[in-house]
Ligand binder design. Structure first.
Ligand SMILES: [Zn+2]
Length: 61
């Protein structure tokens, strides 16, 4: 099972639909990986406008 990144919100998932924004626009061509545990205390989460903890790609092509 390969991981894919949502091209809309960059959430990484193994499913066929993004569980975060419910779009099927997933790409297996992504680079970088950040893991957000704490959306309140994370500066990266604020910069990337992430409000749900999980794993995100930095770049999705
Ligand atoms: Zn998404």
């Amino acid at each position: 099972m390969s991981e894919k990144a949502c091209s809309t919100c960059r959430f990484i998932t193994t499913g066929n639909i993004c569980p975060r924004c419910r779009t099927p626009t997933l790409s297996d061509d992504f680079s970088g990986l950040i893991i957000i545990f704490d959306t309140e205390g994370s500066a990266i989460a604020k910069v990337m406008n992430i409000k749900k903890k999980g794993r995100y790609a930095l770049k999705v092509r």
